[in-house]
Design a protein around this ligand. Structure first.
Ligand SMILES: Nc1ncnc2c1ncn2[C@@H]1O[C@H](COP(=O)(O)OP(=O)(O)OP(=O)(O)O)[C@@H](O)[C@H]1O
Ligand SMILES: O=C(O)[C@H](O)COP(=O)(O)O
Length: 407
């Protein structure tokens, strides 16, 4: 049982709030997209309105990557979104950070520096070991409670996600609560249930497909994107050198055998693309599977019109649809049709759940809306869809008991 903000006596309490605002970054190292910040506004505003003292913890990017930057511009944007001053301190758990947290008054908010600027935060630990890291030992003395709202990072076993809830009374924030409500009760959604697996994370998608087919959760799995291409090759279709080289270069060649095994075991419930779109003479050209392989250098960039028609027919009977990953290279105008039309068809299903951070931004870019739930999580959502436990959620479940809220 996980405690929520309803169980927390917030007034005058200093709360460390872990959010996931890991976002695209502009060339000048500032925030390029505030969607993930917006998602956490409700949780933070509620804590501040209830007179909490809020210290925000988050990571941005990965060490060595282009998006590995300070959270200063995140704090500025957060201040605009919350409509109140938000301080920023360029430290996470040192004296400067502790002083900034101790200086908070009721209703104040400070953003601490990118947790991953410290090497331990990019390592995976068991919770008890995570509790003995510098970040946790440095912050625990100045915090009364911990709130985890970072569902999108809940598949990581890092100190700010599993160490702090080991030593502090801990609560799920509103984003975490709603994600767990929806993604944690997939089994209870109405059938027929259809999973649409696209995008480029082939091994993750095959894991999901195995799991939901074995458990009887999926009545149909529709494949698209690079995932669909891997299944086509596994089914004996010659997609040509360009698509095959791409799959090989991405390190997914071994997945073809796994896809073939899955087709052997559950092929009656797995749908494969019937046609694909390639770049021919600078335009979109569709080819039925029987007309493959494509010409030299042509790669399968999207699902074609016959596939869309076929998939729409399957979706018409569905009560629940769960989608992850774009159907094609949606970033290119010529190949966004599959993603736009397939996802658009899914919005007509009574329960439509979308997982995947890239997918969510693709849908915003394409103007497709009307889903029952769009998850903030990519990897975390995928892991929940396989009914696997998430370390940060387990840490919340095992967190020390807290006194009940007065109100
Ligand atoms: N046929 C294709 N060939 C090459 N790339 C493709 C194809 N179809 C989709 N993609 C690419 O897949 C990428 C997105 O896949 P990904 O699996 O990362 O999505 P996601 O699950 O929403 O992301 P995340 O899990 O990171 O939130 C896009 O950049 C898109 O261009
Ligand atoms: O964007 C995400 O999926 C989360 O913020 C986790 O980031 P990570 O994959 O770098 O751990």
């Amino acid at each position: 049982m996980i405690a929520t903000l309803d169980d927390l006596d917030v007034e005058g309490t200093t709360v460390g709030v872990r959010v996931d605002v890991n976002s695209p970054i502009d060339d000048d190292d500032t925030l390029a997209d505030d969607a993930r910040l917006r998602a956490h506004v409700d949780t933070l505003a509620e804590l501040l309105e209830r007179d909490g003292r809020v210290a925000v913890l988050a990571h941005q990017g990965r060490p060595g990557g282009d998006e590995f930057v300070s959270l200063e511009s995140h704090a500025e944007r957060l201040s605009e979104l919350l409509g109140q001053p938000v301080d920023y301190v360029d430290a996470t758990f040192t004296d400067a950070a502790r002083e900034a947290v101790r200086d908070l008054e009721d209703g104040d908010c400070v953003v601490l520096e990118n947790t991953r600027f410290y090497s331990e935060e990019y390592m995976e630990f068991e919770p008890e070991r995570a509790a003995r890291t510098h970040l946790v030992e440095g912050l625990e003395p100045v915090l009364d409670a911990y709130v985890n709202d970072a569902f999108a990072a809940a598949h990581r076993s890092q100190p700010s996600l599993v160490g702090l809830p080991t030593v502090l009374p801990s609560y799920a924030g509103r984003v975490m609560e709603s994600e767990l409500d929806v993604l944690g009760s997939i089994e209870e959604t109405d059938e027929p249930r259809v999973y649409v697996l696209g995008g480029a994370k082939v091994s993750d998608s095959i894991d999901v497909a195995w799991s939901v087919l074995e458990k009887g959760l999926a009545d149909h799995v529709l494949t698209a994107g690079v995932v669909g291409n891997v299944f086509l090759i596994a089914d004996g279709v010659d997609l040509g050198d360009a698509s095959s080289d791409f799959i090989y270069d991405q390190g997914y060649w071994d997945e073809i055998d796994r896809a073939a095994d899955l087709l052997d075991a559950h092929g009656d419930r797995i749908a494969l693309p019937r046609d694909v779109a390639v770049d021919r003479d600078g335009g979109r050209h569709e080819l039925g599977v029987n007309a493959l392989p494509p010409g030299d250098g042509e790669s399968a960039m999207d699902i074609g019109g016959s596939t869309l028609e076929y998939y729409r027919r399957v979706l018409e009977d569905a009560e629940t649809v769960i989608l992850n990953g774009p159907a094609g290279v949606f970033e290119d105008d010529r190949f966004e049709t599959g993603t736009r039309q397939l996802y658009d068809a899914a919005t007509d299903i009574p329960t439509s759940i979308v997982g995947g951070g890239d997918t969510a931004s693709a849908l915003r870019q394409l103007g497709v809306e009307g889903f029952s739930h769009v998850s903030t999580g990519g990897g975390a959502a995928l892991r929940m869809l396989t009914a696997e436990s998430l370390p940060a959620v387990t840490a919340l479940e095992n967190a020390p008991q807290q006194p009940a809220a007065d109100d």
